[in-house]
Design a protein around this ligand. Structure first.
Ligand code: SAH
Length: 517
């Protein structure tokens, strides 16, 4: 039998991907097999490699969970197959996470393991709610307590001791037993005026908090229908929550944004908006795959043009696979559309000679011709997608610049993550014209899939060649990176906002200036 793999017991933090540890992120991004729980959100699952085997052992409230023995068995079985296993748990694995039970089982089976601590929701949710868990003036100790009831429905807590601690009490899994908890604390002599807080979905963009006192928190929570996951904090430190509410005051707090983009690449906009407080849903509408092509003879060309980071990767994958390296491009001028394309070239040790001021192929041609960087004595090779937009070629034709075009990758649409209703978003952001087209196709595909499912008919798989249907996008607020993208969005009837410059930073500044008022 081969060597068995190792199990990494990894705390994934409270749900916000920014709160993963560096080690957790590295393990997640390199994972072969991942076994994860319900508390691990979509954002973190999105960081896993496409190729990873993902085993969901979580449960939605009310459904049957995968029993702990079964989880233990899966961990052992996968490790014995020789796979390294990332066991992802919400918060920290040892804070009411049953991490210890899993380790005991691994030891019994002789399987090696490591533990990566995570930021527990107990302190992270508090911090994001503006509650310092200790403070010299209010509390000198902190206690994390389970509010999980026993089979008979009773909480097994020593309320007298809890009250005498005079510290900050943080109850996890406590929503269902809130009434019992409060009654217990009051009966043991805690003041009905004691400050307390309920924090729902702590650290996530849609975090909610309810502040009150022991006497009124239950009715306040009922009025706002607080749902799981939530935790309950009792202590004088809760009185600081308004004053310290940095998260609730972020400039884009409460804004819902759908960030339409190519697969994987270009998370920068979504991440930046998320850090400014917005609730961002990523919608990767397009995927790309490299095409098989013969490496072209570069002798006739003076200049190579890359129109996207995907094009750079597809070309260099082929070049490296052919046993060549970047010296093959020696002496050629390089032009790149967009900063991400330039960054992709940098990965291969290359610096473009020209990047246009607009993220647009046409701008590249016009600016290069305008600055006399291109003359009819040049010859260009455009390395681009199979589905090219005509602007670049037309502008070169008009300038009398000879060129050839090589398709190095192709694009296809995916509607897997389509959110359905687009009306609930304050903004839909587009970083490329193809993303607008992608959203239109996704919507059409999702609609026809739903119709096909309703009719129980076989589902047609759409490709880039499928004619696009046009669902109704009229009036939807679109933030577009540049003029070509904007034009496409206008054609669909969207209400377009265009930043002063065609950059991601300018898109971010545009939203900030709208909400700074
Ligand atoms: N190991 C986890 C806790 C698991 S018990 C940790 O260290 O955070 C599950 C309980 O954790 C939930 O019932 C809830 O009380 C709390 N919880 C987890 N994530 C939360 C979040 N984002 N916001 C509020 N409470 C959360």
């Amino acid at each position: 039998m081969g060597k068995s793999g190792k199990v990494y017991l990894v705390g994934a933090g409270p749900g916000n991907p920014d709160l993963l540890t560096v080690k957790a992120k590295a393990l997640i991004e390199g994972a072969q097999v991942v076994v994860y729980d319900r508390l691990i959100g979509r954002e973190i699952i999105g960081l896993l490699p496409e190729t990873a085997c993902k085993i969901n052992v979580g449960k939605e409230a009310g459904h049957h969970p995968v029993p702990q023995e079964e989880i233990n068995r899966i961990l052992v079985e996968e490790a014995l197959k020789g796979h390294d296993v990332v066991r992802l748990k919400g918060g920290d694995s040892f804070v009411f996470g049953r991490g210890g039970e899993e380790l005991e089982e691994l030891i019994r089976a002789g399987i090696a393991f490591e533990v990566v601590p995570g930021i527990t929701s107990a302190i992270a949710a508090a911090a994001y709610a503006g509650i310092p868990v200790t403070h010299r003036d209010y509390a000198s100790s902190l206690h994390i307590i389970t509010g999980h009831r026993k089979k008979d429905g009773k909480l097994d807590l020593d309320y007298g001791s809890l009250v005498r601690l005079k510290g900050t009490l943080i109850f996890l899994m406590s929503l269902a037993a809130l009434d019992q908890l409060i009654e217990g604390l009051l009966e043991a002599g805690m003041s009905p005026d004691m400050d307390c807080a309920l924090i729902e979905n702590g650290t996530r963009p849609y975090q909610r908090k309810v502040l009150g006192t022991l006497a009124n928190i239950e009715s306040l929570a009922a009025a706002q229908t607080v749902v799981s996951p939530a935790l309950f904090i009792v202590g004088r430190v809760c009185s600081l929550a308004d004053q310290f509410d940095w998260f609730g005051r972020l400039p884009l707090k409460g804004r819902r944004i759908l960030a339409v983009q190519h697969q994987k690449t270009g998370r920068r906009l979504a991440e930046a908006l998320g850090r400014l407080g917005a609730e961002v849903r990523l919608l990767p509408v397009m995927q790309t795959r490299p095409l098989a092509f013969d490496l072209p003879d570069l002798t006739p060309y003076t200049t190579l043009v890359f129109t996207s980071a995907n094009g750079v990767d597809a070309y260099f994958q082929q070049l490296l696979a052919a046993g060549q390296d970047c010296r093959l491009l020696a002496g050629k001028k390089l032009a790149a559309v967009g900063s991400q394309t330039a960054e992709a070239l940098a990965k291969y040790g290359l610096r473009p000679d020209f990047v246009p001021s607009f993220f647009q192929g046409e701008a590249l041609a016009r600016e290069m011709i305008g600055e006399n960087r291109l003359t009819p004595a040049d010859r260009l090779l455009l390395l681009q997608a199979k589905e090219v937009s005509p602007g670049l070629g037309q502008a070169l034709d008009e300038g009398g610049i000879p060129y050839d075009s090589l398709a190095v990758y192709e694009t296809f649409y995916n509607h897997r993550d389509f959110p359905g209703d687009l009306a609930g978003y304050d903004w839909i952001t587009f970083t490329a014209a193809s993303c607008v087209e992608g959203l239109a196709r996704c919507a059409a595909e999702a609609a026809s899939t739903a119709a096909a499912e309703a009719a129980d008919a076989p589902i047609a798989v759409a490709t880039a060649a499928t004619p696009a249907l046009r669902p109704d996008f009229s009036g939807l607020p679109a933030l577009c990176i540049g003029p070509t993208t904007a034009e496409k969005a206008r054609q669909l009837g969207m209400k377009v906002t265009l930043p002063p410059q065609a950059t991601i930073d300018s898109m971010i500044d545009t939203l900030l200036s709208i909400y700074a008022m």
